[in-house]
Design a protein around this ligand. Structure first.
Ligand SMILES: Cc1ncc(COP(=O)(O)O)c(C=O)c1O
Length: 438
């Protein structure tokens, strides 16, 4: 291949994609197996041109994409891979650093420490915490629970009924017992006399739950955990980036008591998948849990090796994209974008509240709106199916007290007020079609 020429073509492809993504369907309009049926079952015998790969990207792959970069992607938690992050990924792959120990990539190790500390400062987190990058919040939480078990020698994890499934999964993988605590009317973990922590290795408090963006009482949980000798892990994977805006720091109350904290820049800080930040206020305990340096990796600079703070030995140069994002946007522009997302979510929630055919079902938090059409679960489910089949927007659902509810999550930097208005128009249009005879 001609790297320079093919590279220009690939960057052109990426730029064209970002320009036209708003005209593509948001949810892939294909059935399971459609793409598989078109892909050759055997690998190529002889090498092809990179142009052939780009052609098939258009013809085969593109129709089978759900377009996460689309401004009307409102499902799960909407995300953004920003342009500086995309280009930094290209360079990270070019450099192919494998940061197993400091000397294997001094740049990756030291940039990671510095950039994660920049984010700590931007979010107003305590000084002195040790932070590093994991791939996902699932891994960060797994790592935190490993450290908690190592330190406490206990086997119980306590979390709210609304904690993310990654907590369940980590507990299951570790063979730990998971104790789920019911939530109160505001969907926060209930902290009362019934909360048993005496045998807990860790309490997981969530700031911004996946289904409802609710916020657990972190301070009370932290104080109770401390008295019981349990580790406090805070999962702020989604909502943590909002702390870049001072007015959102109400949800940070008590986070300074955390033994560990996870925040995902790949969710709401414009950084391409994958980038999850894991801080700990107890780095030495973390290190004791994870440090395992075989003879062939032993060096005099061991102290700097980030592989001693988590499960992976080979570590990607993830800090490069985060560095590029922070430098090209700066605090002010990141604040502006997140504030706009929150404003748009509040606006949408106002429309819902003002219309008697619709109901807000959870307190409004951050950039997520949880609501439903007045009607049956079946009607709401069918509505969501019609909306998503239109290709005009993509939303997802959850259940609250058994009832089927809809989620509109705003988190893409391309999302404008017009996109949110269009979502509201499509929802009302499709809600009316239910009344028409088949
Ligand atoms: C609150 C919360 N925690 C953890 C996760 C898991 O994140 P990841 O996909 O990075 O593992 C999610 C995913 O949406 C989440 O919403």
């Amino acid at each position: 291949m001609n790297f320079r020429e093919d590279g220009y073509a690939a960057v052109d492809w990426a730029a064209d994609y970002l320009e036209r993504v708003a005209d593509l369907p948001v949810l892939a309009q294909v059935a399971p197996g459609d793409l598989s049926a078109k892909l050759p079952s055997a690998p190529p015998e002889e090498g092809e041109q990179f142009a052939d790969v780009l052609r098939d990207l258009d013809e085969l792959i593109l129709p089978a994409l759900t377009n996460w970069q689309h401004p009307r992607f409102f499902a799960y938690f909407a995300v953004t891979a920003s342009e500086p992050g995309i280009l930094a990924e290209l360079i990270a792959a070019t450099l192919n650093q494998v940061a197993i120990v400091w000397r294997a990539s001094p740049a990756s190790t030291e940039l990671e420490l510095r950039v994660v500390d920049w984010v700590r400062q931007l979010l107003g987190l305590p000084e002195g915490w040790h932070g590093h990058i994991e791939d996902t919040a699932s891994t960060s939480t797994l790592a935190a629970l490993i450290a908690a078990r190592h330190v406490t020698g206990r086997d119980v994890v306590v979390c709210s009924e609304h904690a993310h499934s990654s907590v369940d999964k980590a507990a299951r993988m570790l063979g730990m017992e998971l104790r789920k605590v019911p939530a109160d009317d505001e969907l926060r973990m209930r902290v009362d006399d019934g909360l048993r922590l005496a045998d807990a290795a860790a309490v997981v408090a969530t700031v911004g739950t996946t289904s409802f963006a609710s916020v657990d009482p972190v301070r009370e949980l932290g104080e109770r955990a401390r008295r019981a000798g349990a580790w406090l892990h805070v999962d702020a994977a989604y909502a943590g980036p909002s702390w870049i805006c001072e007015e959102e720091r109400w949800s940070q109350d008590g986070v300074e008591l955390a033994d560990s904290l996870v925040v995902n820049p790949h969710k709401w800080l414009l950084t391409p998948m994958d980038c999850s930040l894991l801080w700990t206020s107890r780095p030495e305990d973390f290190r004791k849990a994870f440090s395992l340096v075989p003879e062939y990796l032993r060096t005099s600079e061991d102290v700097y090796s980030l592989s001693e703070y988590g499960p992976a030995l080979g570590r990607r140069f993830r800090s490069l994209k985060l560095w590029a994002v922070l430098r090209c946007y700066g605090r002010a522009e990141l604040q502006r974008i997140l504030r706009e997302h929150i404003r748009l979510a509040n606006l949408f929630a106002e429309w819902i509240e003002a219309d008697p055919d619709w109901e807000l079902v959870a307190p409004q938090r951050f950039s997520l709106v949880v609501f439903r059409l007045n009607g049956t679960d079946e009607q709401n489910e069918a509505l969501l199916q019609r909306v998503n089949a239109s290709g005009e927007l993509f939303m997802s659902h959850t259940r609250l007290n058994g009832r089927y509810v809809l989620r509109l999550a705003i988190g893409n930097a391309r999302t404008m007020e017009d996109d949110v208005r269009r979502a509201w128009d499509v929802l009302r249009r499709e809600a009316v079609t239910r009344a028409r005879p088949a």
